[in-house]
Ligand binder design. Structure first.
Ligand code: 6GU
Length: 234
């Protein structure tokens, strides 16, 4: 079960939201440990350069392997007894799904490498793929291009951390999700929810939800979830 998360980035400030809400509580409760590491701490020149021009030419800059190697080695050395799963964030990676989040929650140590610019020199991926006690995965959060892997890391961490036992107060909300229907990608669809008041701006809560008839409510919710699944475009 993952409880150790390390993030390597040139923008450590991006991760301030980890102190909030669900993840913040999980940290305070000692359910997870999170380390945020500044890639520039691994540079030796006065400018703290982390990128260079691409071999073969072309637009943009590529992140140099050396600071990445140092940063990843350091984080691995700090956790000598763990198997490390290195997550390289890239729009070219495997797409994040609920099934992938469920797989990742089983890893004991996740290291997120947040690339910027045109990405990280591929030799970083290649090197750790065959390094002892390492697994490497390239992951994307969808078919659009972000400025870097930071926001993607926050998304993936949230998807994983809420699956850790004890993080969500009411674990039934997790089992209920697993009972809802999924589309072809394994994406969760949920039935629509209502709370008080019973009428808001002329819109009423469906009668069946007020009926107290649990079988009928379950049937209605299942139908609604089905309809929503059909209407999802993939
Ligand atoms: Cl992981 N990185 C970047 N730069 N763009 C993305 C992405 C990741 N996932 C979707 N778009």
């Amino acid at each position: 079960m993952s409880n150790r998360f390390d993030v390597i980035t040139i923008f450590p400030e991006y991760f301030a939201p980890l102190e909030l809400s669900l993840i913040g509580k999980a940290k305070k409760a000692g359910l997870i440990e999170v380390g945020i590491h500044d890639l520039r701490a691994q540079t030796s020149d006065i400018h703290g350069s982390v990128d260079d021009t691409p071999y073969g030419g072309g637009a943009g800059m590529v992140m140099s392997p050396e600071p990445w190697g140092k940063a990843i080695d350091e984080v691995a050395l700090q956790n000598p007894n763990l198997t490390h799963e290195l997550i390289v964030l890239t729009p070219a990676g495997e797409k994040l799904t609920q099934a992938l989040a469920q797989e990742l929650v089983e890893s004991e140590h996740l290291i997120f490498a947040c690339g910027r610019y045109e990405g990280i020199d591929i030799r970083v991926t290649d090197f750790y793929q065959s390094a002892p006690n390492f697994k490497v995965r390239e992951i994307s959060i969808g078919d659009y291009v972000l400025g870097g892997g930071e926001v993607a890391t926050l998304v993936i961490m949230e998807a994983i951390i809420r699956l850790i036992p004890g993080v969500i107060g009411n674990p039934e909300s997790l089992t209920e999700e697993s009972h809802t229907l999924t589309n072809s990608d394994g994406t969760l669809v949920e039935y629509p929810n209502y709370t008080k008041p019973q009428e808001w701006r002329g819109l009423k809560v469906p009668e069946v939800l007020l009926s107290g008839n649990h079988a009928e409510i379950a049937k209605w919710r299942r139908t609604q979830a089905l309809l929503r699944t059909q209407n999802l475009k993939n």
